[in-house]
Design a protein around this ligand. Structure first.
Ligand code: GRF
Length: 201
């Protein structure tokens, strides 16, 4: 299974996918064939280069509109003929054109237990709300923000001494393993959708 991974930042989730495919591509069932970013110079791109994986950058500001960017991003991704696209800390919302072309094959990871606390500040919002358990969600992307069908979730306890950074670090430990497991299972077994429920045989 061919994966294109999209990143905007540090890329530790990407690294977990790179490590899993380097360790034993057969057992994992998937290979990262390219990594894209919405800005140059992010650590995720360096991680890809170090692993010998091709990279590309597609910036909104190099395009005349958000729609034109979205279509260009879809073209860049399509060139690698992925079976699955993984948004791993990609901080842009994928548009209509992108989802029309890759609809149902785009996986995102989010650092809360959806549908609680969607959006860019989920960890902060969960902490501020005062929840005692939170976690992370791997889900398919639809046209909403963090609203698509849930593939897998992991649970993390909130501690009294947590701040946003501490809590996010513990969530990310669970998140990386969850993402690798979910992507691997999707790659090896496929899935079916029953309503909103994602069933992996
Ligand atoms: C992850 O927690 C992801 O869910 C969130 O940002 C973080 C990205 O981390 N949106 P990294 O770039 O994979 O290290």
């Amino acid at each position: 299974t061919r994966l294109v991974v999209l990143v905007s930042g540090g890329g530790t989730n990407l690294q977990a996918l790179l490590d899993a495919s380097a360790r034993d591509p057969k057992e994992f069932g998937a290979t990262v064939v390219a990594v894209g970013a919405d800005r140059p110079g992010v650590a995720g791109l360096e991680r890809a280069e170090r692993a010998g994986v091709p990279t590309f950058v597609c910036q909104v500001r190099d395009h005349t509109s958000r729609e034109a960017w979205d279509a260009a991003l879809a073209d860049r991704v399509a060139a690698y003929e992925p079976h699955l696209v993984v948004s791993a800390g990609f901080m842009k919302i994928l548009g209509k054109e992108f989802l029309t072309r890759f609809g149902g094959r785009v996986v995102n990871t989010h650092p809360t237990l959806l549908p609680s606390f969607p959006g860019a500040h989920g960890v902060r919002d969960a902490l501020a709300y005062g929840v005692k358990v939170t976690g992370c969600t791997v889900h398919f992307v639809d046209e909403g923000v963090d609203t698509g069908p849930v593939i897998a979730q992991g649970v993390v306890d909130v501690r009294d001494e947590d701040d946003e950074a501490l809590l996010h670090e513990r969530i990310k430990e669970v998140e990386r393993a969850l993402l690798v497991d979910a992507v691997g299972r999707l790659a090896r077994h496929g899935h079916r959708l029953v309503g909103r429920r994602v069933l992996i045989p």
